[in-house]
Design a binder for this molecule. Structure first.
Ligand SMILES: Cc1cc2nc3c(=O)[nH]c(=O)nc-3n(C[C@H](O)[C@H](O)[C@H](O)COP(=O)(O)O)c2cc1C
Length: 428
């Protein structure tokens, strides 16, 4: 009898505990509406000057307003139903995971909300390289919508928008890659693949820059414009018809945005970043293996972003050297018809400027074919910069894909140690 009463008590306590637990555990919402994005109050060139990797964070949290601004800028829909990125072939394959303390969510750009994916704190499991960040982004893609290279280029566009927004908000982030993808530790649907993880937080070492343009070049200096990142994201336009001419100032500014060096010297003295003059895009291992070509109505040029770091043996600048930049003449004459015929967009034959990103395999230090998506990522980041800078200078742009590498390589006087990745035509 006593035993039966005891069992009954245990059952009642168990039932009560279950209901108490339900009552006091905050229920995770399946959909979490984000506030509207904030305006970025800094001109585009300054956000480009400030781009750098930050790997150490304080434990201060990220507000919903900050998160909402970063996510909308990353890949949101505008009022005109265009997006803040061009994608590749207008095919949008990316999926952004947002790992918070309570759960992992996916960003839904259609209604600017977070959708619950999996409960639990996955931040340090997935963001294990730099644990302790209050938010971790997982950049993945749907394998049924794009091939790995095109998807990686799209993710490069997104991450560049994230990096600029983050630096303008005085927050910090770093692009991290690696194989197998770190997001596999959390598990994602079978038709998705992970590519990049970005921890997000308040920098442990605050931003601290010195303005040192030190521009030694016949190319006109980069000028700061009036438009901010928000304006550029809102007003970016893609065209399939190309016309007009470009000035040397525009050529200089656009080519710099693709792969150039900052006017700022980084004095933040981070323990985990010793680069002093950062470049406009990140690069895996700081290899910077891309080469940038400009095709105009009268000449094909190769861009030399800065001669001086080459003497130190590194493509990144750990000293804060002057910027000795120039355009090397590769081939005279109007070669745009040949370029257009070897691309996915034949109308670029009338574009006053097309910028081509080419991978130099020698500079990848034998990383191998399996890392090709990471170089496409970098090309995508480069194209995003050009498209944003073109917008603030009053130009339209687009992305074309190479369709005949043999023709393109012969046009650029390159051998098969190079692979053309993306082409950005510009138009008035
Ligand atoms: C595709 C890609 C993968 C990267 N992977 C890592 C990584 O796994 N860990 C890391 O600390 N940094 C990583 N980085 C950041 C680079 O190391 C960094 O961009 C480079 O050193 C230049 O430094 P900066 O971005 O501060 O100018 C990666 C960058 C890219 C573009």
């Amino acid at each position: 009898m006593k035993k039966k009463r005891c069992i009954n008590r245990i059952i009642i306590i168990g039932i009560l505990a279950f209901f108490c637990n339900l009552a006091f555990t905050p229920l995770l919402q399946a959909t979490y509406q984000l506030p509207p994005p904030q305006n970025i109050d800094m001109n585009l060139e300054q956000t480009i000057f400030r781009r750098m990797s930050i790997r150490e964070f304080t434990n201060e949290t990220i507000t919903d307003e900050q998160l909402a601004t970063i996510l909308w800028n990353a890949a949101g829909f505008r009022q005109d139903e265009n997006r803040t990125i061009a994608g590749i072939n207008r095919m949008f394959a990316s999926v952004i995971y947002v790992l918070k303390e309570d759960a992992a969510y996916t960003y839904n750009p259609v209604n600017h909300s977070l959708h619950l994916y999996k409960t639990g704190d996955w931040r340090d499991t997935v963001g294990y390289q730099y644990p302790g960040a209050p938010i971790v982004f997982g950049l993945c893609y749907n394998t049924t919508l794009a091939n790995p290279n095109n998807a990686a280029a799209e993710i490069g566009e997104i991450c560049q928008n994230i990096a600029f927004t983050v630096d303008a908000l005085n927050l910090g982030t770093v692009v991290t890659g690696g194989l197998p993808p770190a997001i596999d530790r959390m598990g994602i649907p079978e038709d998705q693949t992970g590519l990049i993880i970005m921890p997000l937080g308040h920098p442990l070492h605050p931003y601290n820059f010195i303005y040192r343009p030190l521009w030694f070049s016949l190319l006109p200096k980069v000028k700061e414009t009036q438009m901010n990142l928000t304006g550029a994201l809102q007003q970016r336009t893609q065209r399939i018809n190309f016309q007009g001419t470009i000035t040397r100032q525009v050529l200089s500014q656009l080519i710099w945005s693709s792969y150039g060096f900052s006017y700022y010297l980084d004095k933040s003295e981070q323990d985990l970043n010793s680069i002093v003059r950062h470049r406009t895009v990140p690069s895996a291992h700081a290899y910077y293996p891309l080469e940038i070509y400009a095709v105009t109505a009268s000449e094909i040029y190769k861009y030399q972003p800065n001669l001086l770091p080459m003497f130190t043996g590194y493509p990144a600048d750990y000293l804060g050297l002057p910027i000795m930049t120039f355009l090397q003449k590769i081939k005279p004459g109007d070669n745009r018809a040949q370029l257009a015929a070897a691309s996915s967009l034949t109308s670029i034959s009338s574009a006053p400027l097309s910028i081509i990103t080419v991978l130099n395999w020698n500079k990848t230090k034998n990383a191998g074919q399996q890392y090709l998506p990471f170089w496409y990522f970098e090309a995508g980041a480069t194209t995003q910069n050009i498209m944003l800078e073109a917008t603030v200078l009053g130009f339209h742009s687009n992305i074309a894909l190479p369709t005949d590498n043999t023709v393109l390589l012969s046009l650029l006087k390159l051998n098969d140690g190079y692979t053309p990745l993306l082409i950005v035509p510009i138009s008035k």
